[in-house]
Design a protein around this ligand. Structure first.
Ligand code: SAH
Ligand code: SF4
Ligand code: F3S
Length: 440
């Protein structure tokens, strides 16, 4: 039987989809990229912004003809939207067979393969499972590898931060950490299968703790796993950059020189209102330490513009911090009120047009900075983890530097995904670095 998984949202959703894929395959199912050929379609959804929800529902509505062609096709809406809207999703879109929240995705194979307890569920309430389950903590989980040489390993579920704009704690529940032994087992198994790069995942990943093991210690442990040569993580929270962690980030050569640290706003007033638990000075202390040690340290971020109450001066402070830090790149979002969150109770103070205008100004500034930061790489020789042939020109290949920059290069001889290549950065086209093999 063929299954198709469409994943929206963050890497944590990617990881959950990977765990589900492993389970489906252990039942003898085979993955397909073509939803029209599938017997099961699983849509793993995100609720973080309205657009994420609209996109997933629009996608599901396209599956209607497949259901007519194959009456046995089962469609499962899983993940954060399931928790956010529950049974109402089936009523809104009767082609959805099951609505399965983030803590129940591991029951999906059981549901699909006709375990009589689940298969007999007729009414929409019985086909909805969304309550939190404190026991779901990735015990024994092994996600299907994201690629043969690089994959994700989740170490945390949920979030305790309750940023006032954010739906994540509402849909993912309270923070829980995976046991160190389970994390290391999955990393070891991935390494034995050829994986060289691991990305550890959690909503506040650097808050990790398991017994006496801090996040810094976990990074050290992962770096000792034979075969693992690059370690990345996302997303850290500024509040949890301990001196011990900074030492490991700067001292352990396997931990990549890149951090994705969400700033959200450059205004202390907005940060307080967002309940971010950090102020601008805290943020800058971290970025200054990392860039002070290595001016090419990769720094990326998330920024929300047009939050409730954001004045022109607050927004200009965001631009100021963006100029000061010089992020390598940024995800920049327009504030989207999420029902049930604290800030959604306050009426918005900016029109859609005003929010968009600020977003445009921010994007323009960041584009200039991204270009300048990428230019700084020209003339360097970088160790690249090779990913794939370029889509435009199959004679060129794509890979990433340690500081998370994409490089397009023409290899000297044959090259394969997962190989290392020493590449001299010659030039930049658009925003992208171009290189050629370095002289030996
Ligand atoms: N746990 C991570 C981020 C998770 S959500 C962290 O705390 O940094 C990813 C990003 O989506 C956030 O960093 C934020 O910039 C953005 N985001 C979250 N809620 C949003 C909302 N209601 N409107 C717009 N952007 C939002
Ligand atoms: Fe959302 Fe804040 Fe938690 Fe990140 S830390 S997931 S932004 S509540
Ligand atoms: Fe979205 Fe859920 Fe991740 S809301 S950002 S998929 S935790």
């Amino acid at each position: 039987m063929l299954y198709h998984i469409a994943t929206y949202g963050c890497q944590m959703n990617e990881y959950d989809s990977g765990v589900l894929a492993t389970m489906m395959e252990s039942e003898g199912c085979v993955a397909t990229d073509d939803p029209s050929a599938a017997d099961f379609i699983l849509v793993n959804t995100c609720s973080v912004r309205q657009k994420a929800e609209d996109t997933a529902l629009a996608r599901i509505s396209k599956f209607k003809p497949f259901k007519r062609a194959n009456p046995n096709l089962k469609i499962v809406l899983a993940g954060c939207m399931a928790k956010n809207h529950g049974e109402s999703l089936i009523q809104k879109m009767p082609l959805i067979d099951y609505v399965i929240g983030p803590d129940h995705y591991r029951k999906i194979p059981d549901i699909l393969f006709g375990n009589p307890v689940h298969a007999s569920r007729k009414n929409s309430a019985a086909r909805t499972m969304v309550e939190f389950d404190s026991l779901e903590m990735y015990k024994d989980a092994s996600a299907k590898l994201a690629s043969p040489f690089s994959t994700y390993v989740a170490i945390q579920r949920g979030c305790n931060k309750h940023c006032s704009y954010c739906i994540v704690p509402h849909v993912r529940g309270p923070e829980k950490y995976r046991e160190e032994a389970g994390v290391l087992r999955e990393v070891r198994e991935a390494a034995e299968r050829g994986v060289r790069e691991i990305t550890l995942l959690g909503q506040t990943v650097n808050a990790y703790r398991s017994g006496d093991t801090s996040f810094a210690k976990l990074l050290e442990q992962v770096s000792l796993v034979p075969g693992i040569e690059r370690i990345r993580f996302t997303s850290p929270h500024p509040r949890h950059y301990t001196p011990e962690l900074i030492d490991v980030l700067l001292g352990n050569p396997k931990v990549c020189a890149h951090a994705h640290i969400p700033l959200q706003s450059g205004s202390n007033v907005m940060l307080k209102k967002m309940r971010r638990q950090h102020q601008i000075d805290d943020f800058l202390r971290i970025t200054e330490k990392l860039r002070g040690a290595n001016p090419l340290y990769g720094l990326t971020t998330d920024i929300i513009c047009g939050f409730v109450g954001e004045t022109e001066s607050d927004f200009e402070q965001t631009l100021e911090v963006v100029r000061e830090v010089q992020f390598d790149s940024a995800f920049m979002f327009i504030y989207s009120p999420r029902e049930g969150t604290e800030s959604a109770r306050e009426p918005e103070t900016l029109s859609e047009e005003e929010k968009k205008e600020r977003h445009r100004r921010l994007v323009d500034l960041q584009n200039e900075i991204t270009l300048a930061r990428n230019r700084m790489m020209i003339g360097n020789t970088e160790c690249i983890l090779v990913e794939r042939p370029s889509t435009r020109n199959p004679e060129e290949w794509v890979g990433k530097t340690g500081n998370f920059k994409k490089v397009i290069f023409r290899p000297a001889g044959s090259v394969s995904p997962g190989a290392w290549a020493n590449i001299h950065i010659d030039d930049i086209r658009g925003w992208t670095l171009r290189g050629t093999p370095a002289e030996e």
